[in-house]
Design a protein around this ligand. Structure first.
Ligand SMILES: *Cc1c(COP(=O)(O)O)cnc(C)c1O
Length: 973
């Protein structure tokens, strides 16, 4: 290659792991002459795009150029001090957590901990999170994160309806809830036939601030299955809802309380007030506001409701030697199997952010958290005193951090004046300004607020002022303890904290160790340059409801990304609001529902879903108020066209949508897809294409061109947002113009219009208008640095890698499904059932044995039980692909030895995998294979060994036996 053509700074070369020379070698194995020939054979001509992507996606920028452009965008934002509150607060991210978690690939490139043996570090961090939430909320069992506070409240409502014995469909909602929560409740309740009754609860059922007396009988509310209280209220008011909760529960309702975790350090916990469910966000525990997200929401429930918990739950189980070990509850893993019976559609959650929040509690401990809360409350009461001194009226006597100041007719002016002074306040209505104090608020900020309300310019503020939480009612002062476990009382020096984080990270297998070939999950490179802008203050420190003029750079970035995503998918418009793939599905289905209703076709409620679909599809359909009808899959793994036609005919008048994944969840480009979409359209239905597998299509075909009306994409798959150990994610929903009006809008969105000049007027699906904007620079940078050609090259490299792996492994493990040409798309399903039948060796055995060889297992038993689904992605180099293939071949040989009876079925390297260091060192070696065979089956492992910290974790140890809080330290002695 001539030196001049080797552009050292071309990003595509760094992102794609295989070189043109590698491609030639791989093509020989696959049996095609060129990458173009391979793609021509693989992608059906009926869906192939004529030309490459048009100019909407610019040519590739270098890493430096992309960062320079991002800096320009960042410079168009103005970061002022936010005192807006409403669930988003300034917070100090301890630098040791920022550097060692948020900016550390050992944490951010990990996958969801479905393989617990290689996930003990993040599982411990998550059980710390659960324990922190359980302690602060005073409830028994918390999960390991919700997507945000607003959606957590919705999940709380749905949980209450499932668990309540009341037959009522009415849900009583606190009118003093966060405005975004109210908006979410309204649109989500409507879709599933729940009637909301919005009531100013504190005014009607509390006779004074902090008072427990109920001034009106709760029977006035009528029958209801649940009641929702915001605690403290959105207006800042702190009051005691316990009498209301008791009365409401007495008539069969469940009580859901959204509580501020920091306030709970000082005020009585929801559990002590009688709540059944507590929800909220952990953002102010060290996670930057990030213009709205991502942050970890939380949910905790009282005993007896744990089977109803949505999301993922971590518990303490035991490994093969009886040692304690963490794992996800089966219930959490079974969500995919339960489909339309699932408790929720949450799949990707907010693990990385939950880890950060838990570490904030670990670092500060109970005394530190209490100190921070007391300072916040003290600053709020100090400010209230000053405001009253200059003649202002603060509405509530009891508050934690937020003041509602009554300024009839002047609210707008006060907010504008504060902005000039560098502070954002919130205009609640014409006559009310809200001010929220947080950990970062300085006395200068407070002075600016006083000035904005007409106070004197010069003032000697704060000298000798003792901060105290004196605005909290005595009756609600928290007396119970929290964060007493040693983990929250040990790692308080920076050295200890750094080592604790390193210790946990070392227990885990992430992309920084090797390949994670998880089918359907696209574990590709998360490049360092892509990650850079995430922590820039100009993106990280914006409040989601900051005024438009201050967030122009972020909005510009969002608009560009929207237009690029629309272009590459063949749609007209995109919403970046959904903060996971599951939420994108929901948004897309709600758009379909809105469209049919607007056309007067209210009876269209049937959603056809192929039997092979991802579990979230059916769960989302139910949440969108649809009925799921399953379509059969034929013996080739494709949608059974005859069955589809029959189901379409049977439900024609009621057909709302078909949800189809393309390429299929079987990793195949189905040739009939155009016929499939046509049949649905002919019957008046809409086509939802699940776009999680876009990595096999980008630059070669577009959903919008072959019949899709709407799709979600997973930016945490195709577009390089790291999985974070199970979140964050972004699941944009892309649609044709006719669905645009029904895509998610938001009452606080800075701009109504989106790329393509259309507005989105549906109800919100996330708490923040743009979902999780602080991680959008990752996907922006990826597209910008790859350019249209690079995206296409990545697709081809991913498809080549999958076909190479399939071709090399075929004689050892049958590849279950291929397209008409014998090719797979970007992933391949290896059928282990013949092996299991012949040798007794299971999918589990092979997956765990891969750990001994230094790999993360492929996706197990999805979408077909007894199989492994391998997705190598374009980012792995040929040596790593070969290392994986060689490991799989060696494992096959081991299984064959078991089959021949050389090793007993119950005592062989597969059955006993993974092997810990302890298991080969301590005690007498009694197995029929050597210790070397156990842990160094290939020579290269001697220098590069990943040691699993625990042996195989017992799945028979049922959920009922799990302890979902930090276990006693002695357990690990
Ligand atoms: C990953 C995936 C989803 C769900 O995405 P989340 O972000 O985890 O909610 C949906 N469908 C398919 C096919 C997927 O692979």
């Amino acid at each position: 290659m001539p030196a001049s053509s080797y552009a050292v700074d071309a990003f595509g070369r760094r992102h794609i792991g295989t070189t043109p020379d590698d491609h030639q070698r791989m093509l020989e194995v696959v049996g095609h002459a060129s990458v173009d020939a391979l793609m021509a054979a693989a992608v059906p001509t009926s869906i192939r795009m004529g030309e490459v992507l048009s100019s909407a996606v610019p040519a590739a920028a270098t890493e430096r150029e992309a960062l320079a452009e991002l800096r320009d965008l960042a410079a168009q934002n103005t970061v002022r001090t936010s005192m807006i509150g409403l669930g988003y607060f300034g917070t100090v991210t301890p630098a040791v957590i920022q550097r060692n978690v948020l900016e550390n690939p050992s944490w951010y490139t990990a996958y969801t901990p479905y393989q617990p043996e290689i996930s003990q570090g993040r599982l411990e961090a998550l059980i710390n999170f659960q324990t922190m939430v359980e302690d602060l909320t005073g409830l028994d069992i918390a999960n390991a994160s919700m997507l945000d506070e607003g959606t957590a409240v919705v999940e709380g409502m749905l949980l209450a309806r499932r668990a309540s014995k009341s037959a009522s469909n009415r849900f009583v909602v606190d009118a003093d809830a966060l405005p975004q929560t109210l908006a979410l409740l309204r649109s989500r309740a409507e879709a599933v036939g729940i009637e909301l009754v919005e009531v100013p609860l504190a005014e009607r059922f509390g006779s004074g601030d902090g008072d427990a007396d109920v001034s009106e009988p709760v029977s006035e509310l009528g029958e209801h299955f649940g009641v929702f209280v915001q605690y403290p209220g959105a207006s800042g008011r702190v009051w005691n809802p316990s009498a209301l909760i008791a009365a409401s529960k007495a008539q069969g309702a469940l009580a859901v309380v959204a509580a501020d975790l920091l306030a709970l350090a000082l005020i009585t916990s929801p559990g002590e007030l009688g709540a059944d469910v507590a929800v909220g966000t952990s953002q102010r525990f060290g996670v930057p506001m990030g213009f709205g997200g991502p942050h970890a929401g939380y949910m905790a429930v009282r005993k007896g409701l744990e089977r109803q918990l949505p999301g993922r739950l971590v518990g303490v189980s035991v490994d093969a030697s009886g040692a304690p070990a963490y794992r996800l509850s089966l219930q959490a893993r079974e969500q995919h199997i339960r489909r339309e019976k699932a408790t929720s559609n949450i799949c990707t959650a907010q693990v990385l952010l939950a880890v950060m929040a838990s570490m904030y509690a670990v670092y500060h401990g109970p005394r530190g958290i209490r100190y921070i809360a007391t300072e916040v409350a003290g600053k709020a009461s100090l400010l209230a005193g000053w405001l009253e001194e200059i003649g202002q009226t603060v509405r509530h006597d009891a508050y934690f951090d937020t003041l509602s100041v009554v300024v009839p007719g002047l609210a707008k002016n006060v907010v504008a004046r504060a902005r000039e002074l560098g502070v954002h306040l919130w205009q609640a209505d014409e006559a009310t300004v809200q001010v929220s104090v947080d950990e970062t608020t300085t006395l200068d900020d407070l002075h600016a607020v006083v000035r904005a309300f007409g106070g004197p310019e010069e003032r000697d503020l704060g000298v000798g002022v003792a901060l105290d939480a004196n605005a909290l009612p005595a009756a609600l002062r928290r007396t119970s303890s929290y964060l007493q476990h040693p983990v929250f009382n040990t790692h308080h020096s920076e050295t200890q904290m750094m080592r604790y984080l390193k210790t946990l990270a070392d227990r885990d297998y992430a992309l920084d160790r090797g390949m994670i070939p998880l089918g359907s999950c696209t574990m590709k490179l998360n490049a360092a340059t892509e990650m850079q802008a995430v922590t820039w203050p100009a993106f990280a420190d914006l409040h989601p409801f900051a005024p438009e003029a201050d967030v122009v750079g972020s909005l510009g970035m969002i608009e560009q990304l929207e237009s690029w995503l629309a272009e590459v998918t063949g749609y007209d418009t995109v919403s970046l609001q959904p903060n996971a793939g599951s939420q994108g599905e929901l948004a897309g289905l709600l758009a379909i529902r809105g469209y049919h209703r607007a056309n007067g076709e209210t009876e269209r409620d049937v959603c056809l879903i192929p039997s092979s679909a991802h579990g979230t599809n059916a769960a989302s359909a139910v949440l969108a108020g649809m009925r799921v009808v399953v379509v059969a899959t034929d013996e080739l793994g494709n949608v059974d066209l005859d069955d589809l036609r029959a189901k379409v005919a049977e439900h024609a008048d009621r057909l709302a949508a078909l949800m189809i994944t393309y390429p299929s969840t079987h990793g195949v480009y189905e040739h009939d897809v155009v016929e499939v979409t046509q049949a649905v359209h002919d019957a008046g239905g809409q086509v939802y294409v699940d776009g999680a597998n876009l990595n096999a299509l980008l630059g070669f075909a577009r959903f919008g061109d072959f019949g899709g009306d709407v799709s979600h994409l997973n930016l945490h798959k195709t577009f390089c947002i790291p999985h974070g150990g199970g979140g964050p994610g972004v699941g944009p929903v892309a649609a044709k113009a006719h669905l645009a009006p029904y895509l998610p809008g938001h009452p606080m969105a800075q701009r109504a219009d989106h790329a393509g000049g259309v507005t989105h007027d549906g109800g919100p699906v996330s708490a923040a208008p743009y979902g999780s904007p602080s991680i959008l620079p990752i996907s922006w940078a990826y597209v910008r640095m790859m350019g249209a050609d690079g995206l296409r090259d990545a697709t081809a490299a991913a498809v080549l890698a999958a076909n190479y792996v399939a071709a090399r492994l075929r004689e050892h493990y049958p590849v279950l499904y291929t397209g008409e040409n014998g090719l797979v798309a970007h992933e391949c399903i290896l059928d282990l059932r013949p092996l299991t039948a012949a040798t007794g060796v299971t999918v589990d055995d092979v997956a765990k044995r891969l750990v001994d060889y230094g790999f993360h297992a492929p996706t197990m038993s999805f979408p077909v039980a007894g199989t492994l689904m391998v997705e190598p992605t374009e980012s792995e180099d040929l040596a790593e692909l070969d290392r994986f293939v060689d490991a799989m071949i060696a494992i096959k040989a081991e299984a064959d030895a078991v089959g021949r009876g050389e090793w007993p079925a119950e005592d062989n390297p597969l059955h006993n995998a993974p092997h810990t260091a302890e298991s080969v060192v301590v005690g007498e070696w009694t197995h029929p294979y050597t210790r070397e065979q156990a842990v160094y089956p290939v020579r290269s492992l001697v220098r590069n060994k990943y040691w699993a910290p625990v042996r195989r974790i017992d799945q028979a140890f049922g959920d009922r036996n799990l302890v979902c809080a930090c276990p006693p330290v002695e357990a690990f002695a």
